[in-house]
Design a protein around this ligand. Structure first.
Ligand SMILES: Nc1ncnc2c1ncn2[C@@H]1O[C@H](COP(=O)(O)OP(=O)(O)OP(=O)(O)O)[C@@H](O)[C@H]1O
Ligand SMILES: [Mg+2]
Length: 225
């Protein structure tokens, strides 16, 4: 593989706890190749979500840099970073982040706005995904009217419709049953196999090692192995 697609250089993130600084991420350097399925493992509180959020630009590091496709996203001003996030990067949040006052259809529709498609195309895409994930009859319900697992599937659809070149997936199967979990993982792996998507996933055990090309384990904000 040529240049790494994602590169973290001496990345660190400190927070305050009881008036003391502590490192949620401590001096992590790593490279992820284009089209790789990269899995970050570690126990609860190890720093997996923080690392993912740093890598995709949602959280600014205390130290170090992140490059995506050669662009140093750490140095980008907020408005340019928002453009990158809107267009090229898909994020599946551990806590879903669905908009509570928008129905399921609208929650997904928002992700398609930057694509500037006509209404029929948008409708076709959304309905097809809702069918695939067994949610077609939920389109007009609010997130709070769905089960937690169904909400997680909506959060995943919202990311998939954008067809991003890299997907950061934080515990993407954490709230669904086993069958739905394998369907979700199969979907993500299909994108990697057939659409050259780069996958960066975090999990404390719900994602089988065999689907990853490379695995790191983190503990107390540092790479253990
Ligand atoms: N915004 C924040 N402010 C203060 N501390 C934070 C913040 N976000 C995370 N932390 C702390 O950083 C550490 C790592 O948290 P993180 O959410 O990255 O863990 P995780 O590995 O994703 O855990 P889980 O498996 O439970 O999702 C934890 O000790 C957490 O309390
Ligand atoms: Mg987490």
């Amino acid at each position: 593989m040529s240049n790494p697609y994602i590169e973290c250089l001496s990345l660190s993130k400190q927070y305050s706890r009881n008036n003391q600084r502590f490192s949620a991420i401590d001096d992590i350097s790593l490279k992820i190749n284009r089209n790789e399925a990269f899995l970050i493992k570690g126990r609860s509180g190890a720093g997996k979500s923080t690392l993912l959020n740093l890598m995709c630009g949602l959280v600014r590091p205390t130290g170090g840099k992140v490059f995506i496709n050669g662009i140093c996203i750490t140095d980008l001003p907020n408005d340019s970073l928002s453009n990158v996030l809107l267009n090229d990067i898909g994020i599946i949040f551990q806590s879903f982040n669905l908009l509570p006052t928008y129905n399921i259809y609208e929650n997904i529709e928002i992700a398609l706005v930057p694509k500037k498609l006509n209404r029929e195309m948008v409708q076709g895409i959304i309905i097809s995904y809702l069918e695939q994930f067994d949610l077609k009859d939920k389109a007009h319900l609010l997130p709070s009217e769905l089960s937690v697992g169904q909400q997680q599937k909506v959060a995943i659809i919202r990311t998939l419709v954008k067809e991003p070149s890299v997907i950061f997936a934080d515990e993407p199967t954490g709230s669904v049953d086993e069958i739905s979990a394998s369907e979700i993982l199969e979907h993500l792996i299909n994108l990697k196999m057939h659409k050259q998507v780069t996958l960066v996933m975090a999990s404390h055990g719900n994602i089988p090692d065999k689907i990853a090309d490379r695995i790191i384990e983190i503990e107390n904000g540092r790479i253990k192995k």
